[in-house]
Write a protein that binds this ligand. Structure first.
Ligand SMILES: *Cc1c(COP(=O)(O)O)cnc(C)c1O
Length: 368
């Protein structure tokens, strides 16, 4: 039997009646776009995040693009982002009319390196987008100090970090705004695309809401040209159901991570570092091994699915060839990119499966 990398069906089976009921209610009410269910989820998620405002949008990429547009930075501003992230982060910067500046990451948390970000600051830098990658909060103390020193805005990409905390405070609340994705595979996932922006600024919330809804507040009162990126009612109702389970799921993920740590204690596998003052929510459990391709192949042969996040660093993609980077510009990322492998981690992963994964991986390493 295959151990999948992620098992969304198992999660659905566990909460089927709640989900089916929520979907049926939206259909009965025909509250398909914005409306009651979207507003309810926004209120609940703002409360969960302890932020004043939550604006539901179409997806996590749009959330980033919309908040960047709402900030109204000078066109062509340089915005620093980590090279180790999903392309959505850099896409949003470029789509919003700004210049992407990649920096390096820390070796074992894999999150943005404050020292590297500092080196990339120029007179045109206006913002930094830290990504709480794999569910691990970034060094927000270091970033806040850097942002203060240079007058930069911080927008947190929380797409992989629902419920993560730093000094006991939710990620997404340290900068001007935080953005979330509710893509199905995320820790809090819809049954389609959805996203949100959280902020304590009423002005930014209003502006984001207008941009996401054709530049209007009332039906045909368009103040400017916006776009169409709203949360749909079915996704919102599903997210409201799942939000009630999120903390229990996060605890279950953290327990899986703790089991892996115990099982790999004496091995040559490099485990992810957990920042001391942070609550890591383990969207992914990324380890480093020698001969990664052979290890992954061995696991696959033994019916264990794994992932690589990410196989090609953004600056090396064809999309960013024009920036002229080589991996020498990102020495820390260069040292791990060919060694990382993401192991299955999700609340439904059983003890039997965890042990099987650990045994098989140890065998793979021992046999090489
Ligand atoms: C998933 C993800 C996004 C984009 O979210 P979508 O909802 O798929 O648009 C942005 N940033 C990071 C780091 C992500 O993992």
């Amino acid at each position: 039997m295959t151990i999948p990398f992620l098992d969304l069906q198992a999660q659905y089976r566990a909460i089927k009646s709640e989900i089916d009921g929520a979907i049926a209610a939206v259909i009965a009410d025909c509250a398909f776009i914005n409306g009651y269910y979207a507003n309810t989820f926004e209120t609940e998620f703002a409360a969960y995040q302890q932020t004043a405002h939550c604006v539901g949008v179409g997806n996590g990429t749009d959330a980033l693009e919309i908040i960047l547009e709402a900030l109204d930075l000078p066109t062509g501003s340089e915005i620093i982002i980590p090279a180790n992230t999903f392309i959505a982060t850099s896409e949003a910067v470029a789509r919003a009319g700004h210049t992407v500046v990649f920096c390096d990451c820390e070796p074992l948390t894999y999150t943005i390196s404050v020292a590297s970000a500092r080196k990339r600051i120029t007179g045109k830098t206006r913002a930094i987008i830290p990504v709480h990658l794999y569910g691990q909060p970034c060094d927000m103390d270091g970033l806040a100090a850097l942002a203060d020193e240079f007058g930069l805005k911080i927008i947190e990409d929380c797409a992989q970090a629902h419920g993560a905390e730093y000094h006991g405070k939710r990620v997404g609340t340290f900068g001007v705004a935080g953005t979330f994705s509710f893509y199905p595979g995320k820790n809090l996932g819809a049954y389609g695309d959805a996203g949100a922006i959280v902020t304590n600024s009423k002005e930014l919330a209003i502006q984001c809401r207008m941009i996401a809804n054709h530049g209007r507040t009332a039906k045909y009162d368009h103040q400017f040209e916006g776009r169409n990126s709203r949360m749909d009612g079915i996704q919102a109702a599903i997210l409201s159901v799942k939000l009630r389970h999120l903390d229990a799921w996060t605890e279950a993920r953290r327990e899986v991570a703790a089991r892996y740590r115990t099982l790999f204690e004496d091995s040559s596998i490099a485990l992810p570092e957990e920042r001391e003052m942070a609550r890591h929510v383990y969207h992914l459990f990324v380890v480093q091994v020698d001969e990664r391709e052979a290890v992954q192949e061995y696991l696959k042969k033994n019916s264990i699915e794994t992932g690589i996040h990410y196989p090609i660093p953004l600056p090396m993609l064809a999309a960013y060839r024009h920036l002229g980077h080589t991996m020498a510009d990102f020495p820390m990322l260069a040292s791990s990119v060919n060694r990382i492998i993401s192991l299955p981690i999700y609340p439904e992963l059983s003890e039997d499966h965890i042990v099987t994964i650990a045994k098989t991986l140890s065998k793979a390493i021992g046999g090489l």
